[in-house]
Design a protein around this ligand. Structure first.
Ligand code: NAP
Length: 255
């Protein structure tokens, strides 16, 4: 049996879970390496080997795949990490390494939700102003918060994974720090406690952060939702079991 090396492009709860399951299932035949961009100081709990930092574009990733003798790549990055996914598709094609994308399913739309789609953070700021939002729960991450700087009429409750290097350029705000998953009950309580009247989120999908969408619906709060970047990445599945099936198929060829 040939020893194999799997690279998981991570930075998500799904990627960490996949690493754990792959190690549990294939510990006698495979090394599992998770790759992080290094956006947070302290990564979450990730089983197996972890490497941190960009590869240096497509060319750098091709070099890495060859140098590290990677046999398979699963791109389990966040749906908004479009550059990394594009690089992974191109580099794996060049290096002849089989690649699969693990893409989270969209959040199902349930009756009574008030979802308002916007293309980006600037669109979100315009929509929140139009809605007359006064107390906004901001869960769109640390990037591009400057786009909300002109929302001077509103108070923003901004949830991040960890403290930012610089204070965000916002008029009235509070920061809270937490790493998902978040339950619907806790999200409901948090929004109620802070008198939130609008939720801002990316269309991240998946279960770990779905609770806030349902909590907002139950509280009658509009959800301003930033659409996912366009993706032309092929060979994708939307759940961990299907990703493991793909691996299993490749390993069968080893005998
Ligand atoms: P991005 O815009 O697609 O990537 C920008 C660059 O960061 C890539 O070209 C690559 O640098 C490096 N990079 C990204 N993901 C990497 C990974 N897993 N391992 C090594 N290098 C990586 O990505 P992003 O939106 O900044 O996201 C960065 C990380 O945060 C990803 O791991 C993603 O899963 C996670 N994340 C992102 C979001 C979000 O909303 N964007 C939310 C939660 C988690 P090189 O070109 O030098 O290789």
């Amino acid at each position: 049996m040939t020893w194999r090396r799997l690279l998981i492009l991570g930075g998500t709860a799904d990627a960490a879970e996949l690493a754990g399951v792959a190690i549990a299932r294939y510990r006698h035949r495979m090394t599992v390496i998770s790759s992080l961009a290094g956006r947070t100081e302290i990564p979450g709990d990730i089983p197996g080997q972890v490497r941190v930092g960009g590869f240096g574009g497509v060319e750098g990733l091709v070099k890495y795949l060859r140098a590290e003798k990677i046999d398979f790549v699963i791109d389990a990055t966040h749906p908004f990490a479009a550059a990394m996914s594009r690089h992974a598709a191109l580099a794996c094609a060049q290096a002849g390494v089989p690649r699969l994308a693990l893409q989270r399913p969209d959040w199902p739309l349930t009756a009574g939700e008030r979802r308002i789609a916007v293309p980006d953070m600037a669109g979100a700021a315009a929509k929140l102003r139009e809605l007359g939002a006064r107390r906004v729960f901001v869960t769109s991450g640390a990037k591009d918060l400057a786009a909300l700087a002109d929302l001077t009429e509103a108070w923003l409750l901004v949830r991040l994974i960890e403290p930012p290097a610089e204070p965000p350029p916002l008029a009235h705000y509070a920061l809270i720090f937490a790493r998902g998953p978040f339950t619907e009950v806790a999200e409901h309580g948090l929004m109620e406690e802070h008198g939130i009247d609008a939720l801002l989120t990316k269309d991240s999908g998946g279960e770990a952060t779905y609770g806030k969408v349902i909590a907002a619906r139950d509280l009658g709060i509009p959800v301003v939702i930033i659409g996912r970047p366009a993706s032309d990445v092929t060979n994708a599945v939307d759940n961990i079991e299907a990703a493991l099936d793909w691996l299993e198929g490749l390993l069968k060829a080893d005998g």
